[in-house]
Design a protein around this ligand. Structure first.
Ligand code: SAM
Ligand code: SF4
Ligand code: F3S
Length: 468
């Protein structure tokens, strides 16, 4: 799943009639920072909703907050270091305001548990991803001078009945979590330990949430799960089984003007059924994020990914057969335990065959407690990891530029997300293949679908002009 950069949730809801998140009865204010994947950002919206119910309003100014929350990520060591840095930063705030409470939420809370409370007295509360409903009680405990901690993982919690407060969204596109946890045991990955067992959310509540978003002006939903292909939900009397393909279809049928995206697919689980459903509905985006992690079957086995290089290439071939114009992206981990120059070459070869439109490339970071940390030595030096990562990034840059050059001269339907970052006379939006396009704004506005002819590109962005 794609990881996002930190952003601050604030009180703005942009440009539509979505119910205001500004809590008129709010007597206290909270400030929240989120790190990690889209699911974590979506969790912050659930936390905002739960706090809203007990009289907390959001602020984007930590100076005026009674409660500062950091929703954390443990996926790589660097992600945790960033959080430690932020906690040190907020230490000064605690010195200035004795009543200020600081809480750590999310994966780092789950991984480190009460260790976080012991460290330098930076933190008053530690709350794991399945314990957010107990946040009001933990706040009360912390207010009375106790430390508040709940890191229990659940086999049932999906927060299906909580309406996330879309605080920092663009009003165009929103995340909808369809499941939580992960049952795969990729040997490098901390997520099964921080997020617990996989469970699917009630399909009706997902469709309802997506419908409400559309009715409130949103034009795109991204269905989120660590492994969406294993989504399964049975109704109460066991008369209906909803698979991921069925769920996508139900969301697509809400309205043809609602775009549907999803993340993340697992190469061992993605089915032809899912691909045929994408092909059947114009509003399900022609884009699949299919993390490969490595091009070497030997490394994939050590990673416990349960597929080979050939299996992955076969899946890509099926995607191209069923969805000839499908955008494809991936994740790669470079420098996993025992990785040799030959393994690296296999990864480069696989990239040459797949020519990914987008790739998220990381150096392997050993995570305590994972299978890999227990079984294998992290024996590729940082220097070699860094050199191999540069090779992979360099190769990918060429392919992504090539893929963008192939779009020049073509016309795409683009969903306008808002002004471009660099120039207020330009707008930005995405094609259904998830490519970002920048173009002069003309009469178009946020949330419009416009036809844009691509006239130029960089390796990361398409540049175009509206033609209809
Ligand atoms: N569930 C998704 C999957 O199976 O592809 C992705 C989960 S993870 C949030 C996102 C990406 O982080 C992974 O695909 C992987 O490339 C990367 N990642 C996970 N653990 C890592 C580690 N220990 N070191 C470096 N990268 C890691
Ligand atoms: Fe981690 Fe693997 Fe689960 Fe993805 S599928 S979250 S990489 S264990
Ligand atoms: Fe997501 Fe990071 Fe947790 S990627 S699931 S927030 S470890």
């Amino acid at each position: 799943m794609l990881e996002l950069t930190s952003k601050v949730i604030d009180e703005r809801v942009q440009g539509n009639a979505f119910e205001s998140p500004i809590n008129v009865k709010a007597t206290k204010k909270f400030y929240i920072e989120s790190y990690g994947c889209a699911m974590n950002f979506n969790d912050s919206e659930i936390v905002a909703s739960l706090l809203h119910d007990v009289g907390y309003g959001a602020t984007k100014n930590p100076d005026e907050a009674n409660l500062i929350l950091i929703n954390t990520c443990s996926i790589r060591d660097k992600a945790e270091q960033t959080v430690r840095f932020r906690l040190m930063h907020f230490k000064g705030f605690k010195k200035r305001n004795k009543h200020l409470l600081v809480g750590v939420l999310g994966c780092m809370a789950e991984r480190l548990k009460d260790k976080l409370l012991e460290e330098e007295k930076l933190v008053d509360m530690v709350i794991g991803p399945d314990a957010y409903r107990t946040l009001p009680a933990l706040i009360a405990e912390a207010e009375s001078g106790q430390k508040g901690i709940n890191v229990l993982l659940s086999r049932e919690e999906t927060y299906a009945d909580v309406s996330p407060v879309r605080l920092d969204g663009n009003g165009v596109s929103s995340f909808v979590s369809i499941m939580r946890g992960c049952n795969n045991m990729c040997s490098f990955c901390v997520v099964p330990f921080t997020r617990g067992r996989e469970r699917s959310r009630d399909a009706d509540s997902i469709v309802q949430e997506a419908r409400e978003l559309f009715e409130n002006g949103y034009k795109e939903v991204t269905l989120l799960g660590q492994n969406v292909d294993s989504y399964r939900w049975e109704n109460a009397d066991n008369t209906e089984l909803v698979t991921f393909a069925n769920l996508m279809e139900r969301v697509a049928l809400i309205n043809p003007k609602l775009r549907v995206r999803f993340s993340t697919s697992h190469p061992k689980d993605i089915t032809d059924d899912v691909m045929h459903t994408i092909a059947k509905y114009d509003n399900i985006c022609n884009y699949i994020h299919l993390p490969v992690q490595s091009g070497s079957t030997r490394i994939l086995q050590l990673m416990n990914r349960n597929y080979t290089k050939e299996w992955y290439l076969h899946k890509v071939k099926r995607i191209k057969e069923i969805l000839p114009d499908c955008g494809l992206s991936t994740d790669l981990i470079i420098g996993f335990c025992t990785e040799t120059e030959e393994d690296q070459q296999e990864t480069l070869d696989l990239m040459k065959e797949c020519k990914f439109d987008l790739a998220y490339m990381y150096s392997y970071s050993e995570r305590p407690g994972t299978l890999a940390a227990r079984r294998y030595e992290d024996d590729v030096t940082e220097e070699i990891k860094s050199r191999r990562l540069s090779e992979v990034i360099e190769l990918h840059r060429g392919f992504s530029h090539e893929s963008n050059l192939a779009d020049v001269g073509k016309t795409y339907e683009v969903l306008v997300e808002g002004p471009s970052k660099k120039n207020e006379n330009e707008l930005c939006g995405r094609t259904d293949k998830n490519k970002m396009v920048i173009f002069p704004k003309g009469n178009a506005q946020k949330c419009d679908y416009v036809l844009v002819k691509i006239v130029a590109c960089t390796s990361g962005t398409l540049l175009g002009e509206i033609v209809g």
